[in-house]
Design a protein around this ligand. Sequence first.
Ligand code: SF4
Length: 384
Amino acid sequence: MKEVESYQGFELGPIRPPSEARSLLLRITRNCPWNRCTFCGLYKGEKFSIRPVEHIIKDIDTIRHYVAEIQNIQAREDGGTHRQLVALHSGRPSGEKMAFHTALNWIRGGMKSIFLQDANSLIIKTDYLAQILTYLKTSFPHVERITSYARSHTIVRKSDSEMIRLAEAGLNRLHIGLESAADAVLDFVKKGVDKKGHILAGQKVKRAGIELSEYFMPGLGGKKFTRENALETADAINQINPDFIRIRTLALPENLVLYKDCKEGRFAKLGDLQVAEELLLFFENLHNITSMVKSDHVVNLFQEAEGRLPEDMEQITAALKTFLAMQPEGQMVYMVGRRTGLFSGLSDMNSPELLAQAEKVIANHGLTPGTVDVFTADRLKRFI
Ligand code: SF4
């Protein structure tokens, strides 16, 4: 007989998308049920499990309790003191303390959105997930957005009516790690889905009236599949027309299987210059879609590659084109400035102080356009 899991207190998962920084984080599953992608080390060695619905309900009740208590203190004439807030959770178990801080952050963020963790919440039976969503909507009726990560492979297996049911219960945004829609790339990195599956899943989410974020990973095809990575992914995105296209450049920390592939010669990694070329090729092949492009992660070389398609295409590609037209020495300065955190965008090259600092790093490390990729790849790993 299966052992019944006892409640261990409020839980938080390891990540959320940057766009969910102000959301209440609620862990409904632990880790990733697939866990085989060779470019992802997030949940390696961790066992997947679905948390019992009654435990999630307890977490929601705990958050509701702390939200009410904190708001009571904040409503006092003096606005409450730090000491009064600390007294709310002092001496309580660690899960309760975590719930208190989660509630406090959520209040500070405006209490408008909720993010369901971890990697693939749609793996849960539709009935269970609808029950959780309904309880959330009843507990926090003012919430405008409930979001989660989901895998294309899982979404394909849900019927249209199940997806609509989830949308009606309150799920109104999904983040899908598409990464690539080139079958050769998806197969090589063990994504567990093909281009067709990605397209069917994306279209299904949209049909259900759920907002869709698709993540594209420039560089994932390496040198061998750089054109396919750009062109096949653009073609899939054109067929999906997601609400958001989010760029996440490949980074290769040493714990990844793909890093080992790279070390042992099975994968030839792109340098920043080639990633920029791939990204431009991707953008130039997006047609007849109305997505918002977001470059909201520090791993991207160009944070300014953002805007609404089709009208902002020039703005989205401007920094890429400027960078690609620069002399190799200038490109090296930008890459080093960006990968050391000195620059947040190409316009920082206009700052004499920042420029001098980037040039100092280049001199100190004896970098040249021919050796800079090793340096920047090493820096990039630290952002993951
Ligand atoms: S499905 Fe997502 S979380 Fe799971 S291994 Fe792949 S990239 Fe990582």
